[in-house]
Design a protein around this ligand. Structure first.
Ligand SMILES: [Mn+2]
Length: 197
């Protein structure tokens, strides 16, 4: 992490029981002006789900400067005729001081500021090349905020845990790892993001 970094990130990822490869893919990057993070989950599991979710991640990586809505549209276009994917994209704009989030399907996000926890409601469905309406939720970027992004392998019970409020992202993922079941019933990705401001 460079000294100019404004965002701290820690990732927990584990494949579903019996699968060697996790079908979830993720990507994050930070520049002077922004931070962007995405999780994609290909429909199904294993090798083929991974291939499909990786397509989406590559698009976001190659177009990280784009607005969240543009990224969703671009991903959708590239998925025509391919296996469906659910995706969640978070962008923090340091100049505009905004956070933008959109999720198509069941990639979730929780924003935690102080003791306030807010869970984002994803758009329904999945991306597979068909045009569909979706919302991008934009909010003021507050200092000392945790953004917890997760795939549907993370359970509601796990999302209720107090340690998600910790201001150290490594403590969050380490604790998640220790507390979480040995056997995951679905591919599981949890990304803890801290904006100190
Ligand atoms: Mn899944």
């Amino acid at each position: 992490m460079s000294s100019s970094s404004k965002v701290e990130v820690s990732v927990f990822q584990k494949p579903k029981k019996g699968n060697y490869q996790c079908g979830d893919s993720y990507f994050y990057t930070e520049s002077d002006g922004f931070f962007v993070c995405a999780i994609a989950d290909g429909l199904g599991s294993g090798e083929h789900a991974k291939e499909s979710s990786q397509i989406v991640i590559d698009i976001i990586q190659n177009n990280a400067g784009g607005a969240v809505g543009q990224l969703v549209k671009l991903c959708n276009q590239q998925l025509a005729g391919k296996r469906g994917v659910v995706v969640g994209i978070l962008k923090l704009d340091f100049h505009a001081q905004t956070s933008s989030f959109s999720s198509i399907g069941n990639i979730g996000m929780m924003t935690i500021n102080g003791r306030k926890k807010k869970r984002n409601i994803p758009n329904g469905g999945y991306l597979a090349g068909y045009e569909r309406p979706f919302k991008v939720v934009e909010e003021k970027l507050e200092p000392e905020t945790n953004f917890i992004m997760f795939s549907d392998g993370v359970t509601d019970k796990e999302l209720a845990e107090r340690y998600l409020l910790n201001d150290n992202v490594h403590t969050i993922t380490n604790t998640f790892s220790v507390m979480s079941d040995e056997v995951r019933v679905d591919d599981t990705t949890l990304i803890a993001i801290r904006y100190e401001g």
